[in-house]
Design a binder for this molecule. Structure first.
Ligand SMILES: Nc1ncnc2c1ncn2[C@@H]1O[C@H](COP(=O)(O)OP(=O)(O)OP(=O)(O)O)[C@@H](O)[C@H]1O
Ligand SMILES: O=C(O)c1ccc[n+]([C@@H]2O[C@H](COP(=O)([O-])O)[C@@H](O)[C@H]2O)c1
Length: 206
């Protein structure tokens, strides 16, 4: 049975293990596809939802229009396990702690895992109500060029050191009660939206 919700716009099977990859996706790129594939495999996820953000609260410059970013992401992804979602715009949430509270409330039968690249683990302690994020859902972190060490040295990694799951047990992460997090030292792909924007790439609408 699917846990479908008119407000979030998401149709998620009850009991499913669902990764949430939040991002500006300005534009979406192969790095997002790569970490999504690794997360599906290594965390044993059934689905990954790309939560295309209306705008990162920490970034001063606004992203391209949401509709353009959603369309570009949909054009890039060819995997039925991956959903490109505007749930944050629908819910009217911008901060991840709020988004997770609303999603967990609306999809109470789903096992969510928050996914992010290692660069975001490095600055997680600057996010609004960041401990509430760690305390609400398991968190899966994927290596990113330049940020491999953040798994050991970031504030969040140190504060939640006892909640770290060894990489060898990564497939258990969706079953763990929060706080629990796991760093995946996967092969890395050196691509970013910043570089693509600087090179003038990113899709026909730019
Ligand atoms: N090449 C990559 N390797 C690992 N993680 C990545 C990679 N690209 C993006 N991510 C992660 O995907 C999520 C969404 O990324 P985002 O949409 O901000 O792309 P970005 O390339 O980091 O953008 P920007 O350069 O504008 O900051 C973040 O958690 C980010 O850490
Ligand atoms: O909640 C916050 O304070 C917060 C601060 C910075 C980033 N985020 C979220 O982190 C995700 C990655 O953001 P970005 O812009 O780096 O792609 C995206 O879902 C943002 O909403 C969230």
């Amino acid at each position: 049975m699917a846990d479908s919700n008119a407000i979030t716009g998401l149709r998620l099977p009850r009991g499913a293990r669902v990764g949430l990859l939040g991002g500006s996706f300005d534009p979406a790129h192969e790095g997002h596809v790569h970490i999504t594939r690794e997360a599906l495999k290594r965390f044993g996820l059934d689905r990954v939802v790309w939560l295309v953000s209306p705008g990162n609260p920490l970034k001063p410059r606004g992203p391209a229009p949401l509709e353009d970013r959603l369309a570009e992401a949909r054009a890039l992804v060819d995997d039925p396990r991956v959903t490109i979602s505007d749930a944050e715009a629908r819910l009217g949430t911008r901060y991840t702690s709020q988004t997770l509270a609303r999603l967990c409330g609306r999809h109470s039968e789903v096992r969510f895992v928050w996914l992010m690249g290692a660069d975001n683990l490095r600055q997680l302690h600057r996010w609004d109500n960041w401990r509430a994020i760690m305390d609400r859902v398991p968190v899966g972190v994927l290596a990113r060029p330049g940020d491999r060490m953040s798994a050991q040295t970031s504030v969040a990694a140190r504060v939640y050191a006892r909640a770290r799951l060894p990489q060898a047990a990564s497939h258990l992460l969706p079953l763990m009660a929060a706080p629990a997090w796991c760093f995946l030292n996967v092969p890395m792909m050196a691509v970013s939206s910043t570089e693509i924007r600087a090179g003038g790439g990113g899709g026909a609408k730019r």
